[in-house]
Design a protein around this ligand. Structure first.
Ligand code: DUC
Ligand code: ZN
Length: 480
């Protein structure tokens, strides 16, 4: 038998092209792209008929928070439920995070996290979070120690080639000096920094001013205004340029912040990248004005319609590079902890399962993205930019991570119809015209006719590194 599996009759969609082909899979890899209708008897392989469907590379989600400790307990999806939901939505590789206890070595925290992740059913990488760890003098805020910076090299060698740096959140927020030190180390390692860019000090000051109406979740958006994100992205990019570091600005939600990234690219900086998330592309701050608006508290906050419209344009024109979900699921009870004060609602929107379907519905079907853009931002570019060799492409030698997406398979997004371990959906009742039908991961058929058929714990840790960049933005581009 030439192949272990043959995917036949589908329309293959890559970041660059759309064409009819059959795909031969052997030993977990893509072994051949064949002219359509090659006699499968000749190949004598088990066949998956993809007629009428798109066949895409398995999607890569570079930003999820599974089983993450928070003030209201762990995020509601553990590694088993979260990765299964991801797979059912067409994602075959995620990148989650390692966080540290005060004083804990980065390598020890990584070992612990890898142990928790043994339940993963799809492949995964890990970003290492760099938190302040040292009190130089009692009573003075913690800073990032020289020892911690040296440990970044150890975890890089272990396959964590990306580092999460926060500019907001007490306990996580780095001073400008520490941000710069960490960026300089990222540059020395040839890694990538993933930055949460909001001005934490200004947010704390703005939040003090709304104590009289804390039940109104719309204040969440008012106390994290676009100017706050704009300032932080500007500072982050200038510090990164000074340090020579490659950076991904996470969860860009407003036009002003995205334009800073576009401007840096136009100046010729090819080490600057931007992520936006499905919620900034499909929801607005109006949801925060609802009685249950606290469910949609996330950071940066949802923005007005004009920003949402700009996000689509800037994504299509490559000012923004990738769409990650920032999947951070909490149950209603967790979201309601600390009610009525919106400041005590844990931040995060679920999305690990709905990214491909939503981007098809609101991007491709509404004419804002081409099919190839869709694949570029959800599959190929995240794999390249986070150093996931072997992922994100349909090409011989790549991992056989494939999605059969049926554009005529309607799906209504309700909490019951989705697989995250939460009791609400951010998109309750919305119907997408097409959905993921089958999923193959490293050659295993793990989703068949929208049902999970994979083995528990089959996911593997992917060690990451950085070869080159093939889709870098053309510096002559005019971002729309
Ligand atoms: N914002 C974050 O930065 N992380 C998790 C969830 C959120 O809303
Ligand atoms: Zn996040």
């Amino acid at each position: 038998m030439l192949f272990d599996l043959l995917v036949t009759g589908g329309t293959v969609v890559t970041a660059d092209a759309t064409f009819a082909a059959d795909i031969g899979v052997r030993d977990g890899k893509i072994a051949a792209l064949l002219p359509p209708s090659t006699d499968s008897n000749v190949q004598s392989a088990p066949t998956l008929d993809a007629s009428g469907c798109y066949v895409l590379p398995g999607a890569v989600d570079g930003h999820v928070h599974l089983q993450m400790p928070t003030g209201v307990g762990y995020t509601a999806d553990d590694w088993a439920t979260g990765t299964r939901a991801a797979a059912l939505g067409g994602t075959t590789c995620i990148i989650d995070f390692v966080e540290t206890e005060p004083g804990e070595r980065l390598t020890d925290a990584l070992t612990k996290r890898l142990d928790e992740a043994r339940a993963a059913v799809i492949d995964f990488g890990l970003h290492m979070t760099i938190q302040p760890d040292e009190h130089p003098i009692a009573g003075i805020p913690r800073r990032v120690s020289a020892r911690r910076l040296a440990e970044m090299g150890e975890v890089y060698q272990a396959g964590c080639a990306s580092f999460k740096l926060y500019m907001a959140y007490p306990g996580f927020q780095l001073s400008d000096g520490d941000l710069f030190r960490a960026l300089r180390t990222v540059a020395e390692l040839n890694g990538i920094a993933c930055i949460h860019a909001e001005n934490g000090d200004v947010i704390e000051a703005l939040r003090e001013a709304v104590v009289d109406r804390p039940e109104r979740a719309i204040h969440h958006a008012r106390t994290r205004p676009p100017a706050n994100e704009h300032e932080a992205v500007t500072r982050a990019l200038l510090c990164a340029e000074l340090a020579g570091a490659r950076v991904m600005i996470f969860h860009v939600g407003c036009e002003a912040a995205a334009r800073v990234i576009a401007d840096a690219k136009l100046r010729g900086n090819d080490r600057v990248f931007g992520e936006t998330c499905p919620h900034y592309l499909t929801l607005t701050e109006d949801t925060l004005a609802r009685d249950d608006g606290r469910l949609w508290v996330c950071a940066p906050p949802l923005r007005p319609q004009a920003d949402q419209d700009a996000m689509w344009r800037l994504l299509a024109s490559r000012a923004l590079d990738v769409v990650g979900t920032d999947h951070c699921p909490f149950t209603r009870a967790q979201k309601d902890a600390g009610k009525p004060d919106f400041r005590r609602a844990p931040g995060g929107i679920p999305g690990i399962e709905t990214r491909l379907g939503l981007l098809h519905e609101f991007g491709v079907r509404r004419g804002r993205l081409t099919l190839n853009d869709w694949v570029r931002v959800c599959c190929t570019r995240p794999a390249e930019l986070y150093g996931l060799a072997g992922k994100g492409r349909i090409a011989v030698g790549y991992d056989a991570d494939l999605v059969v997406f049926d554009p005529a398979l309607p799906k209504t997004l309700t909490a019951d119809a989705l697989n995250s371990a939460i009791d609400w959906s951010a998109y309750e009742g919305l119907t997408c015209a097409g959905w993921v039908r089958d999923v193959i991961a490293r050659g295993d058929l793990i989703v068949r006719d929208q049902g999970w058929i994979g083995r528990p714990g089959r996911g593997q840790f992917v060690r990451r590194a950085f070869p080159g960049n093939t889709h870098a933005a053309d510096p002559t581009t005019r971002f729309r």
